[in-house]
Ligand binder design. Structure first.
Ligand SMILES: [Zn+2]
Length: 225
């Protein structure tokens, strides 16, 4: 994990948003390979193992036991860059689950830092970026330029949306109902593409959204019996 990425993380526990503090045990070429991210509010410590930040150890074990993501098609990085409208360098892009297969090519294509969420198979090296095992996006607001989720990581959508900049895009499987906080742009048989709305109020980071208040029943067009 690149040390300058520490600032994007927030403690996922139920308390006021808190940035995390890094303690580095080992680093290679500016990438932290071993250490800890600690929360100053609840005092929990999230280990950095093989460069990945581990918020959920059971999930890490399950990801490591899974087979690696299938190889990305040669045009996957170009397609991802185009769909996410990554027209210039800089910033961070979250790739969830099997979408991580396109990470290296995408980072080389547009010079973005990749946040690999719950990548299946061996922990990716993620040079300049970071792998995260969390089941959600334990991130601060407006730290992502774009995101891609697969079927396994679709449940992280509300927290990912909360971490997108206004106008940043999310590509997700059609099986996922479009959450609050984004407006649809395009859809095909497999994915929908949406952009984060300017109004962040709909996306609540790291907390379960309050149940929607049922709409008042519409007046019946037929006379009540
Ligand atoms: Zn905490």
């Amino acid at each position: 994990m690149r040390l300058d990425l520490v600032e994007i993380f927030r403690c996922p526990r139920a308390h006021a948003p808190a940035s995390l503090i890094a303690a580095v045990d080992a680093a290679v070429d500016g990438d932290v390979t071993r250490g800890v991210l600690g929360c100053p509010v609840c005092d929990v410590r999230y280990p950095i193992i093989a460069g990945a930040v581990v918020f959920d150890e059971r999930l890490r074990a399950a990801c490591l036991a899974a087979g690696p993501a299938p190889r990305a098609t040669p045009d996957a990085a170009l397609r991802t860059a185009a769909l996410l409208d990554l027209t210039g360098p800089g910033g961070r892009v979250l790739l969830g689950g099997t979408a991580v297969a396109a990470a290296d090519a995408l980072a080389a294509l547009v010079d973005v830092a990749i946040v690999a969420l719950d990548p299946p198979g061996p922990t990716p090296a993620a040079p300049g970026g970071v792998a995260v095992y969390a089941g959600a996006a334990p991130l601060g607001p407006a730290v992502l330029r774009g995101a891609v989720l697969d079927g396994e990581t679709a449940g992280a959508a509300p927290t990912v949306i909360a971490a997108l900049r206004p106008g940043a895009r999310l590509l997700a499987p059609v099986a996922l109902a479009m959450p609050a906080g984004v407006r649809p742009l395009a859809r095909d048989a497999e994915h929908w593409l949406a952009e984060r709305t300017d109004d962040g109020a709909a996306a609540v980071p790291l907390r379960r959204a309050a149940p929607a208040v049922p709409a008042a029943p519409a007046a019946s067009p037929r006379p009540a019996r």
